[in-house]
Ligand binder design. Structure first.
Ligand code: THU
Length: 157
């Protein structure tokens, strides 16, 4: 038996002001994206923004529905919109922010497992690392690649 370890690296910033200009712009777009959220059930408003290889930013927000499984998270809303709008471009990075009644959480909101799997697939499609930026009011986390938030990615078919 060999015991192995998986290490995850990420950067923590005190605010989006510490990010580089590109990431700050994306984080800001995610925060602004919260305004598009439709969350009459959870009241947890989430915004996401994807940066494409052509420099464009595509925003998304969570959209809830009375038939609960029919709703969708902000990250997947943004990624699917980005994939549909720019099918020939790569997704370079994604940022997200969220909070109850639109008040951003102090600690960063973190993506659900299904969204991480979708990020993994677009990263794989791009063939290069996709950065993930999680924005909170008092902390910001940056992961260089989806592997760091979804170790042992399912990528076998
Ligand atoms: N939500 C997201 O939009 N992104 C996540 O990564 C986690 C959760 C949404 C789904 C639902 O509308 C609300 O937040 C509460 O779970």
């Amino acid at each position: 038996m060999t015991e192995r370890q998986i290490k995850v690296r990420y950067q923590e910033f005190a605010s989006i002001d510490e990010l580089n200009a590109e990431d700050r712009e994306l984080a800001q777009a995610a925060i602004e994206g919260m305004r598009g959220s439709y969350a009459p059930y959870s009241h947890f408003n989430v915004g996401a923004a994807v940066r494409m290889s052509n420099g464009q930013i595509v925003r998304g927000s969570n959209q809830e529905n009375a038939a609960f499984p029919s709703g969708l998270c902000a990250e997947r809303t943004a990624m699917f919109a980005a994939g549909a709008k720019y099918p020939d471009k790569d997704m370079c990075s994604i940022a997200l922010a969220g909070g109850i009644y639109g008040r951003i959480t102090d600690d960063p909101a973190t993506p659900c497992g299904a969204c991480r799997q979708v990020m993994a697939q677009y990263q794989s499609k791009a063939g290069k690392p996709m950065g993930v930026i999680m924005v909170g009011g008092k902390k910001v986390w940056k992961f260089e690649r989806v592997d760091d938030i979804l170790p042992l990615i399912f990528d076998s078919i």
